[in-house]
Design a protein around this ligand. Structure first.
Ligand SMILES: CC(C)(COP(=O)(O)OP(=O)(O)OC[C@H]1O[C@@H](n2cnc3c(N)ncnc32)[C@H](O)[C@@H]1OP(=O)(O)O)[C@@H](O)C(=O)NCCC(=O)NCCS
Length: 109
């Protein structure tokens, strides 16, 4: 949670695509109240979330965002997540910069 109680980084159970298919994928995202931007909270909380889910034996996590969302992409880059390129993603109804990290990669960093 951010200091004002607004939503902060969260991970989803296996994501259901907009077309209704379930590929067993897990996605991490972040959303802070604007008053909480610019302090590193999203990166810090996402790092803690990745520590937690990989300790709980989740095999891998995806992160994606709209192409124009440079603030969100910067969080993924600050975390050091492996970049998989800009690829079509139905969730974003077009291209999305996609990041993917396995438990092994995260725990070995
Ligand atoms: C995406 C979002 C969470 C990013 O928030 P953010 O505050 O920029 O990201 P972080 O928490 O990682 O903070 C990093 C910033 O804090 C600064 N900072 C200040 N003190 C810091 C510290 N002690 N440690 C780390 N960073 C610090 C960094 O320099 C950086 O600022 P900069 O971008 O001006 O260089 C935010 O823009 C948001 O909620 N947007 C709306 C929702 C959204 O689009 N979510 C993504 C959907 S895919």
């Amino acid at each position: 949670m951010s200091p004002d109680g607004s939503p902060a980084p969260c991970w989803s159970p296996p994501a259901i695509r907009k077309d209704g298919t379930d590929h067993g994928e897990h996605e991490l995202g972040w959303h802070l109240h604007p008053d909480s931007w610019g302090h590193g909270y999203a990166t810090e909380a996402a790092r803690a979330m990745l520590d937690h889910v990989f300790a709980a034996e989740l095999p891998d996590v995806w992160v994606g965002m709209f192409v124009e969302n440079t603030a969100s992409r910067a969080v993924a880059e600050r975390l050091g997540l492996p970049f998989k390129g800009i690829q079509p993603d139905p969730w974003y109804e077009g291209d999305s910069p996609l990041f993917h990290v396995t438990a092994k990669e995260w725990l070995a960093r």
